[in-house]
Design a protein around this ligand. Structure first.
Ligand code: B12
Ligand code: SF4
Length: 536
């Protein structure tokens, strides 16, 4: 089978594509877990943000896929559905499969025939996708593939869910990075890759999709496998690695063992980025932090969420941000930041402001905290991602003010607030955050002077987009610049036009396995025409 895997071009404010472009880890893992003999191409469309339509068309003509798989988060849903229409209208026989957080947790947004999807892989994808491709190749029924929803007799058939994979054996094999066909991954000028060491989390923060996606559990890959994976990333040019684990700090002794293994394998010249909980870091930091530093960890994303206790309660994030000491529960945020920074690491401060009961003072308190203590702000607004406890609660209480899911990127205020309009909340965050980002340039300069030298103008222009000389001279209120910024942001989200020519309908009357065969025959018969530009 010829398979093309796509991740979406949409990016968000705190990881601007101008400076940060990471590969999608899911796609390389799916490719690595297919049976031998299939031809797979992976394209992260983030690397082609300004030319999505021609890039997709070129990829299809070059790789002639029988199956196209798309990985989609909720804020990427609109773009993904436009890409599907584009593919379907030019190459009608291709089997289209979607997976990732949005199709898994909001499958009903994908079942309408007008969307054009043939199959939805729900939850972890490696084994389900392998079995799907196998069944498509030999033409066997899809009803035995657990974790799959697929189109049959004009409706979507829902197979039983697939239990989550145990990661300690060989059930999930190493990713295949060689299948990537676009290039340009970067973290401030250093080539970056992603590696997983574990999956899952046992906490239940109200805004997080993990609970609905895979339940509350924690599974670890063997450390030797993780080391092989990092070595593979390095051999392909990576000088920075993001551990995409949901919560690596759940098992601190294992995290320490991983740091030792990285050092022993001589892989500690890589810059590592990781996300963690303040409670584990505060509690074990005096031993853990120096070890992390020796292993090469540079940026640590901390899920601080909020500095106000009532907000932590709303977010159900108090447990992971506190510890019991002398009979009292104390917040661990400051201690975690302090120990990381003392040992030379940089803190990316994940905060969520604009909860339904927040007033201006509580938002400002969080912004002041970020200004004072974190190295890079990662401040978001509560966003009702499908299937999360927060979304269910917000729906029940009628708090959702905006159903344009392309704006569910964390920096758009979506929930109704008792004290402030959504736009005012966003404005407060936007106004404060830009200056915190500028401050980080000094640190970035010390580490990556060439990148900062050559890109600082573009980075500043991006951070301050919407601002004009009139704003700088005080001839207009900064709110006017903010309004322009929002309009620009709306335009940026249009990664490809909603063309009325593109249709999602597939040729009627045939079921999914037969289409993979049809697609092959179609390519054989029509390939020359397509290359000559007569795709339809
Ligand atoms: C690492 C990570 C990031 C990294 C991304 C690095 C990268 N390029 O991979 C960073 C920090 C940059 C990031 C940013 C954001 N993230 Co994020 N991120 C994660 C995290 C922690 C792990 C994702 C991961 O790589 N897992 C490992 C891979 C192997 O697993 P996977 O992605 O689930 O893929 C499996 C299945 O889903 C499925 N699958 C996936 N795609 C496909 C496609 C096909 C065809 C098939 C068959 C199957 C399939 O199979 C895969 C293998 O089993 C998750 C989860 C969490 N606990 O928070 C959030 C998460 C995915 N992020 C989320 C969000 C919202 C964002 C942001 C919009 C805002 C934010 N919260 O930061 C931004 C947007 C990023 C952008 N594009 O600009 C949400 C998505 C919710 C939703 N419903 O859409 C999550 C779930 C967190 C949450 N809030 O609950 N993120
Ligand atoms: S600790 Fe992190 S991964 Fe775990 S539920 Fe909370 S936000 Fe999600």
């Amino acid at each position: 089978m010829r398979v093309l895997l796509l991740s979406m071009p949409d990016s968000f404010e705190h990881t601007p594509a101008i400076a940060i472009r990471m590969p999608n880890g899911a796609l390389a893992s799916l490719a690595g877990n297919l049976d031998a003999g299939h031809e797979v191409a992976i394209a992260d469309l983030l690397l082609a943000q300004s030319s999505v339509k021609p890039t997709v068309e070129r990829l299809i003509v070059t790789y002639r896929p029988q199956v196209v798989g798309l990985s989609v988060m909720t804020f990427q849903r609109r773009t993904a559905q436009r890409i599907i229409r584009l593919i379907r209208s030019r190459f009608p026989h291709v089997v289209i499969v979607v997976g990732g957080y949005d199709p898994s947790l909001a499958p009903e947004a994908w079942t309408d025939p007008a969307v054009g999807v043939d199959a939805i892989v729900r939850g972890e994808g490696e084994v389900t996708f392998r079995e799907l491709i196998r069944a498509l190749e030999i033409g066997t029924p899809l009803s035995s593939v657990r974790g799959l929803w697929f189109r049959e007799d004009g409706t979507f058939r829902r197979n039983a869910p697939r239990p989550i994979a145990s990661l300690d054996g060989n059930e999930v094999r190493l990713p295949r990075r060689d299948a990537r066909v676009l290039h340009g991954y970067t973290m401030l000028g250093r080539q970056i890759d992603v590696v997983e060491s574990s999956r899952g989390c046992t906490f239940d923060c109200s805004f997080c999709s993990i609970i609905e996606m895979r339940g509350r559990n924690f599974h670890r890959f063997p450390i030797e496998r993780v080391i092989c994976d990092i070595a593979d990333a390095q051999a392909r040019g990576a000088r920075a690695v993001f551990f995409v684990d949901d919560n690596i700090t759940l098992d601190v002794p294992r995290f320490e063992a991983l740091c030792h293994a990285i050092i022993e394998a001589g892989l500690n010249r890589i810059d590592y980025l990781v996300q963690g909980m303040t409670s584990s870091i505060a509690t074990h930091g005096e031993r853990l932090a120096p070890l992390m530093r020796r292993a090469g960890f540079r940026y640590v994303f901390l899920g601080i969420e909020n500095v106000i206790d009532d907000d932590l309660q709303f977010l159900k994030a108090r447990a992971k941000n506190s510890r019991q000491r002398d009979g009292q529960r104390t917040n661990t945020t400051r201690a975690a930041i302090d120990v990381l920074q003392r040992h030379g690491m940089l803190v990316v401060g994940g905060l969520i402001v604009g909860n339904p009961d927040d007033d201006q003072a509580s938002i400002e308190a969080n912004l002041a905290f970020a200004r004072r203590h974190v190295d890079w702000p990662y401040i978001q607004h509560p966003t009702p991602y499908p299937g999360t406890p927060m979304a269910l609660d917000a729906e029940r209480r009628g708090l959702i003010d905006n159903d344009r899911v392309e704006e569910y990127d964390g920096t758009t205020a979506i929930l109704r607030n008792r004290h402030l309009p959504a736009e005012d909340i966003e404005f407060l965050r936007w106004r404060a955050e830009r200056w915190m980002k500028v401050r980080h340039m000094k640190t970035a300069w010390r580490h990556d002077p060439w990148f900062v030298l050559t890109r600082s103008r573009a980075m500043l222009a991006h951070t301050f987009r919407g601002t004009t000389w009139r704003t700088w001279c005080g001839l207009e209120p900064s709110r006017a610049a903010f309004d322009r910024y929002r309009q620009l942001r709306t335009r940026e989200r249009e990664y490809l036009p909603a063309s009325t020519e593109d249709v999602a309908q597939r040729p009627p009357g045939r079921e999914v396995p037969a289409h993979a065969v049809d697609a092959d025959a179609w390519w054989r018969g029509r390939g020359a025409d397509v290359e000559a530009g007569h795709g339809r």
